[in-house]
Design a protein around this ligand. Sequence first.
Ligand SMILES: Nc1ncnc2c1ncn2[C@@H]1O[C@H](COP(=O)(O)OP(=O)(O)OP(=O)(O)O)[C@@H](O)[C@H]1O
Length: 291
Amino acid sequence: MSAIEFLNVNYAYQADTPMATLAVKDFSLKLESGSFTAIVGHTGSGKSTLMAMLDGLLVPTHGSLRVGEVTIDSHADKKTLAKLRKGVGYVFQFPESQLFAETVLKDVMFGPLNMGVSLEQAKEQALTALRSLKLPEDINDRSPFELSGGQMRRVAIAGVLAMHPRVLILDEPTAGLDPQASEDLLNLVNQLHQKGTTILMITHQMEQAARYADHVLVMKQGQRTAFMTPHELFGKPDLLKEAGILPPASVDFANQLVVHGLKLTDEVPLTIEQLADQLADHLKQGGRANG
Ligand SMILES: Nc1ncnc2c1ncn2[C@@H]1O[C@H](COP(=O)(O)OP(=O)(O)OP(=O)(O)O)[C@@H](O)[C@H]1O
């Protein structure tokens, strides 16, 4: 069974008023358990609204969605929404702005305690999550507000991971981080994916989608315009242009090489590293233009 299913979902803000905005329109999609989906699209295309429904922050105006065994529609009650949230972790944009407790450890323990686990168990889960984010143990008793921006981000993410979500949603998780901190964070997300967590990541950086996602969901005006592998998507320049998406620099560069008569391989490289490997191989073989 798929991990997640949207069935003819609509969401309207201020529904039934003259100000109504239909943010998600007749949206249907199935996502496999353990998949990694990058969600891309213009600002205002409905990405956050769609994710807010997965976490039970919003309920569909029409249609339904299912996460695991839990199905949500416009009539969902509090108990069902709480059940949904147990399996879904949501790392909001700039999650550090939601830190609140007086110490790092208390902040990260809050989620598991809220889910009803014992104090001891919550501490165990929090410590494991903090370690997985490579945070030094000596910060655990410090105020989260004394930490660096990158450390605060990791503490906030540890708070979500400590709840052991089966589905993890991340909204631009690397926004504002330096390249090394971004790389470390994406590697961690990738490790969670390898261990079977279903990942949905909103991103504006196509290199990230190319490198980590198995599928890319393209949103436009509340609707899905594509759901395909990064390779398929980056081979469709018209679709990218229509959705206002710039392909990864490597794809752009590889396409230019092809225009200039240099054919690398039949597969367009998706990352700079793959492109560099292909160029190195090509030069090793003494090749110039062969296309
Ligand atoms: N609280 C709200 N009240 C009314 N309209 C809203 C509200 N939040 C979002 N919208 C509208 O819903 C539509 C979808 O917004 P949404 O935030 O889901 O898009 P997005 O793709 O996540 O954008 P971004 O990339 O800027 O975060 C937009 O037209 C937006 O103006």
